[in-house]
Each structure stands twice: as C-alpha cells, then as structure tokens.
Design a protein around this ligand. Sequence first.
Ligand code: PA5
Length: 359
Amino acid sequence: MRLDRSAVERVDRENMLKLLMEFPDQCREAYKLGLSAELPPRFREARCVVITGMGGSAIGGDLIRCALRGTATVPIIVNRHYRLPSFVDERTLVVGSSYSGNTEETLEAFDEALRRGAMCVAITSGGKLAEMADRAEVPLIKIPQGYPPRAALGYTSIPVLAALVRLGFAPNFDLAGQLEEALKVLEGMGGELNPDVEENPAKEIALKLHGRLPIIYASQDLEAVAIRWKGQMSENSKSLAYVGILPEMNHNEIEGWRHPEGLLSSLHIVMIRDPGDHERVQMRMEITKGIVKEHADGVTEVYPRGKGELAKLLSLIYLGDFVSLYLAALNGEDPTPVERIGVLKKKLAEGGEWPKSLE
Ligand code: PA5
C-alpha cells in the first residue's frame, strides 16, 4: 500500500494529521501559558513534585520528569492512580493534570491532595477539575479545548515544565534555549515526515511494524518516549505494543526471548537509541540487539535529533506520532476516535458511586 496523502485521508476523518503538523505551534502557545501562570512564591519551598493524571495527560508528566532528570533539585513523580502516595503532604507540589478535567482517577487524587493541604495546581481545558481548582482557589492553568487529549501533549507538558523551572526546581535547565532548539527540530521533521514525502522514515517504520507486535526498548532516561510510542500505537493505530526499559530488562525479560516460540517471529523491536545514554547502557543495547534479533522479525533503531533533552525527547515522540498515524492508515483505522476508552468511562460513570466531595 502506498502511504501517500490520500491513504492517510481515507482513514483520518477527524484530521489528526493537521494536529500533528501544528504541534510545534501548539508548543509555542503552551510556553506562553506557562510563562503567564500565576504561582504563589511559597510553592518554591516544595520538597517534591507529584504530577497526577492518566493516559494522554499523564504522558506530559513523563515528558517533564525525563526532561528534568539530570537537573531537577527535587523528586518528580508521575502518579497514575486514584490514590496518592502517603508522603504527599503540605510540602508537596501536586499538579492535577486532566485534559478533559473529568477523569475520575485524577479528580479523586487531586481532591485528596487538597485535603492533605498540598500545594496544588490544576492544568485542564475545563470540566470538574477546573471547578475544583476555582472552588479551592488554587492556581489553574487553562488550556484550549477541542483536542483529543493525546494530541494536546504540548499543552499538557510545557506549561507545567515552565512552571517548575520558574519555581526554581531546575536552575540549570535553560527552558527558553531548549525549547527554541526543539521547535526548530520539530518544524524540520514536519517537513520530512508528512505524507507528501515519499522517502519517509516514519512510513518505513510503519510498514515494518504493520502486522507485527512492536516491542519498544529504551533507556530509563527516555522512558517517556517508549511509553508514548506504545500509547500512540494503541490509541491512534488501534494496535498493541509493548515497552521494555534498559538496563532493567537485561535482568529478567531478556530470558523471556525463548517462548512462545511461534510468536517471537511476529515481534518487531524498536530500539530508541541515544548517543548520550550511559555508555554501559549503550553497550547493553548492542548486546541485547545481538541476542534478540535472532528470534524477532527484525530490529529498527531510531535516534533523537538535537542536543538538549527537550529536543531529543520531543523529536523521538514526534517520529513515533507520525509512525502511529501511518500505522493507522495501514490498519484501516481512524486515528482519532477512542471508542473503548469512552465505553469504559461511561460504564464506570453509570455503575459506580461518585464520591460526594467531587460532585
Ligand atoms: O488519549 C486519551 O483520550 C486518554 O488516554 C485520556 O487522556 C485519558 O483517558 C485521561 O483523560 P484526560 O486526559 O481527559 O484526563
């Protein structure tokens, strides 16, 4: 199948491609929101940051924790749950992140953060989370409505990243410089990865992954990228994918590459490489590749662009987003609707007691 513009347009009825092409502009707008957010100076005293959210909103938290891994002066934790860890108290900064503002896990965790007296910030396009923030008179970063949550990654990550940098939690992270580099890289990539370009790495990868189960391996420093690739393949391409992280997978999963025998040749490995990775991790990637490639369908290695953490993370994420769009076209699936997520949310809303405090 030729993966040209008409092949994409045939499935892409709600125009995910447009959102993808506009992603650099979205990041630019998101940065302005982050700079103008009003944050109480006492938030600088937080000893830990917890970003609580789910799915397409939580991935923004992963991007932030990976970007600041080498510079943050406090731990940054992403919480994907109804409950908060027990250490969350009045010295913890809790960011409640829900694109829709109506995700029950996030609402319950945010409510708990407010009750524990944590320093709270909400980021959302509206919904109950916005109401909770207003009622509690805590800072609210309001982002535009009308996006599928996962396509609003710029809005759900960059304002919070900017807020954390402004509060002094990463004094050596030059956000303005990093963002400028990242945007230049992303704009260049948009020109190379769009459907009109025939010789296109995103198309090549999608063709390799079609009919296969992608196994995405990345170092711990690039975990956000691997999680995003998996999420985008699931939601956009309606296709399963699996994530493994190095060095950890070398201590267990590597032994699993023997069974089920009949399945291994349907697995295609995507190795997220980075010449900046710990040198022993790079060596481990090479050795791992040698071991698993005998069993798997094949190995595809992808590399980041740029020098800063943000350019590296976003360039790999952007590549994965395009791959998921082409894979959607190959699967004959519309990348935008997420019917099952909607069914689940509806059934939960119908079947369960809603906590009184969140009404
Ligand atoms: O991409 C999606 O639609 C989901 O992963 C949602 O992001 C997830 O269900 C959480 O919803 P929200 O981002 O609105 O909090």
